[in-house]
Design a protein. Structure first.
Lengths: 122, 131
């Protein structure tokens, strides 16, 4: 069995997580773009089943990871969108308005996180 | 003498199709806990990697394309080389019916995403009785 490595200090770990955030930011943007496209289609009454499934998956993935990068509120918002997209059967106007609002909040949060530390974006 | 007494590292396999989750989890377990980590980006790859790497535990994502977490878990259990390895499911599903379904599979524990990279290893160690 391999010997235990020396654990790195917390600031160094925080720096490493920050580097991961930068590395995976395009993936976050990709997931958010799926949500935005679905929301636009929903607002126009043109949301397809495929778009809805993709939006549900993108929201699920964002919910699973944003908190790991310090965006706990982002996880909560993404989870709300996931629940709305997975609700049966039709998305009513109230749900569509909610999705529009939350999707915009997620965009704002990720844009903020791009420019600042997560402590400034919660 | 066991690994704990010797102060040695543990070996853990992470199976997750999401690059960000897999890499942050690996970074966390390697850097914070000093564990030896192997990764796989699909259930099928994970089953093969588990037999080769012989981890002491497996962290397994639930929602993956192709072989999902429960299917991968059953494949691991049906292989004598991996059937004894404790499996911890990692999921972003928080609804109670999902949690019951996962617990009924016979996994060691269900951990939830998002995880805190600073404490993930502690969570795993507590579940597995590693100190």
């Amino acid at each position: 069995m391999k010997e235990r490595m020396d654990p790195i200090a917390q600031p160094a770990m925080a720096q490493a997580i920050e580097a991961m955030w930068v590395k995976f930011l395009p993936l976050m943007e990709e997931r958010l773009a799926i949500l935005e496209a679905a929301e636009t289609a929903l607002s126009s009454g043109l949301l397809t089943i495929e778009q809805r499934v993709a939006a549900n998956t993108a929201a699920h993935k964002l919910a699973g990871v944003l908190g790991t990068f310090g965006l706990t509120k982002g996880t909560i918002l993404a989870r709300e969108v996931e629940i709305l997209y997975s609700a049966e059967p039709e998305l009513d106007p109230a749900a569509a308005r909610e999705i529009k609002k939350i999707t915009a909040q997620l965009r704002e949060m990720i844009d903020c996180r791009k420019a600042a530390s997560h402590n400034d974006c919660v | 003498m066991d690994a704990e007494v010797l102060g040695l590292s543990h070996r853990i396999l992470i199976i997750d199709d999401e690059d960000d989750i897999r890499e942050v989890a690996a970074l966390s377990l390697e850097s914070v806990a000093g564990w030896e980590v192997a990764t796989a980006n699909s259930g099928a790859q994970g089953v093969t990697r588990a037999a080769e790497f012989k981890p002491e535990a497996i962290l397994l994502d639930v929602m993956m394309p192709g072989m999902d977490g429960p299917t991968t878990f059953r494949a691991l259990r049906s292989n004598p080389a991996t059937s004894h390895i404790p499996v911890l499911l990692l999921t972003a599903k928080v609804q109670s019916n999902d949690q019951r379904r996962f617990a009924d599979l016979g996994v060691e524990a269900v951990l939830f995403k998002p995880f805190d990279p600073m404490t993930l290893s502690t969570q795993i160690a507590e579940v597995l009785g590693w100190k």
